[in-house]
Ligand binder design. Sequence first.
Ligand code: C2E
Ligand code: MG
Ligand code: MG
Length: 690
Amino acid sequence: MALPSINLEELKQLADAVPAMLACFESSGFTCLYANAAYGKLSGRSTAQMVGVTYAEMIGEHEAKAIRPYVDQVMATGKPANYVRTYTDIDQRQRWIEVSLVPNREVGMDRVFVLISDITRHRDAEFAAQVSADRTRKFFEASEEGILFHTGGVITDVNPSLLRVMGYSEAEMVGHNTLEFVPPQAKTEVMQVIASGVEIAYESQVICRDGSLLDVEYIVRNLSWGEQSQRMVIVRDLTARKVAESRIRYLAFNDPLTGLPNRGQVEERFGIFIDQCAKQNWQFATLFLDLDQVKRVNDSLGHHAGDALLCEVAKRLARVCAAEGSVYNEAWLARLGGDEFVIALSFMHRNELDAFVTALLQTFHQSIRLGSRELRVSASVGVAIYPQDGKTPSELLKNADAAMYFAKNQGRATVRYFDASLALAADLAIDTEQELSAAVTGKQFVLYFQPQLSLDGTKLFGVEALIRWNHPVRGLVSPEYFIRVAEDVHLILPIGQWVMDEALAQVKRWQSQGWSAARVAVNLSSNQFRDGDFVRNVVAALERAKVKGDCLELELTERMVMGDEKQVLGVLQTLKSLGITLSVDDFGTGFSSLSRLRSLPIDQLKIDQSFVQDLPESHSALAVVTSLIQLGKGLSMQVVAEGVETEAQRECLELLGCPIAQGFLSARPMPADEFAPWLQSFLSGSLGRS
Ligand code: C2E
Ligand code: MG
Ligand code: MG
């Protein structure tokens, strides 16, 4: 059965339904014979309105002329012609159209079919793709990161950055296999990544043109369009990052100021040393050093000076470690921070350690020049020995620290070896901090008094007030254990004030008990002495107690009087003008400059008990004490020997011409209620003798 043929009306309906624009023009005048709805829309006409309209009327003379050659070509050749042009639609938007002119041969070539497709969207997409390709290209060329493209391993494109970093020309890379630029040890991985086609980032190396290897990170991405696919590889130069990483690692384990290993290395290193020593049956000492003056230098000369000081000390310590280290196997130095250093030392015999410590302390004998100043620096050293003082790094460090703490408490450049009693004391020190303020408010302090007598015991020059802490649980606690802590937690001022008041009140009582020449010596902390209100406080205390300045003696340390020359001199002169006696305590252990001493109004030197202790056997002690006594005489100062315990010491001192002694031999420090009868018997006895 024959199908019924489609009629004209149906064809028109179909033509109106397609998105393309269809029309039929008569070829001589190019007048429209038919246009579908879409075509009509082009010029805002209906299908019916289009009939009879010329092309020139539709698109303007100028445009019509422009397309005339295509029409002529179609008529001449009888073959279709295509062209693309733009036009502005009735909404004033520019549109791209593709026009096909098809001759209608059947009706004698006098008609042309016009088929127009709107390709604006397609064109826009193409344009966008072009723009994006241009942009990508620009990015590719301008990127700081090296980028290359390869297909199956063969390089198709390399950007200038990568060429610059690796040192090749474009021709030396493009067309070559990526593997040519990969060092042998990295080849397998690179091949696997290429074969797997995965998108990945990984670290590797490349061979530069000069043969050097460069650490890089590859970031690999797949790019594909149509059938084609490529791999884009960002080749990131890791040199800067590696440098930064190693710098960070360095900073984590080294002190930036001195370049020495820092706290970060200590535990691990100590672990290794301990293992070694355990295997070899060696001993191992942990030396904890704390510089005594850095804080003062920081405060008075500024942090730059403090830093310079630390660097110089570090250099000196490193020199000792290097020099002694060859003999002692291992002398390893680290800066823990602030003014603390630690040294690890392996040794077989104790005398090796002693020699090392001596060398260490000797490095501080020479002053340090900072600009125009000569500074004296000393260190307090605590020593803990493996295995007896600790078996782990942290135990050894803790105990060496505790020993150092006590070395420092003795207030001078000293070494203290750890022993079990220190461990207990160190624990106490921690409690001390918390309990000390309660002690200040709870009036838990008492004063003991120790007489200062002529060598023959007949003349009483005065007493020294020595503080004790009457702790509710621990009983009487020696100042050795809490004065330093009180300084650290800023309680020394109220404590010092209490001592002064109590001592002067006591003097007043003794005067009324018949000791008219009563004089009390009060020990000072450097914080007290440096306090701006110090002189005013002393005057106020004298007034409160209603006693004169000649009843008071102040015990300073060498370090206190070596501070700011003008200020020290001013303070001392004022005190002196009040009639107060000025003594330098623990003399011989500091680093007083003689010219300085001579220029200050000091009345008395108290020879440190460490020298007295070794009398009369030790030649060096004898030499020191002799010269200190002569020095005192030369400077017209009174000399007191501290810590005289034995008759032999007393005799020796008497022979050397020392006028005054203080020590257990003649009297122990006593509380006021014990001192009163002692005083009575002395006064009656001495009165009897003189
Ligand atoms: P220092 O001023 O050198 O006092 C002398 C120390 O030697 C006292 O120790 C005293 O008890 C002790 N001593 C006296 N004779 C002998 C002896 O024959 N042999 C021995 N081995 N020792 C003797 P103490 O009382 O433990 O005081 C220790 C240090 O604490 C004092 O040394 C002083 O620097 C400080 N100190 C004491 N009281 C005060 C105070 O009120 N304020 C301040 N800031 N420090 C004080
Ligand atoms: Mg004293
Ligand atoms: Mg003393």
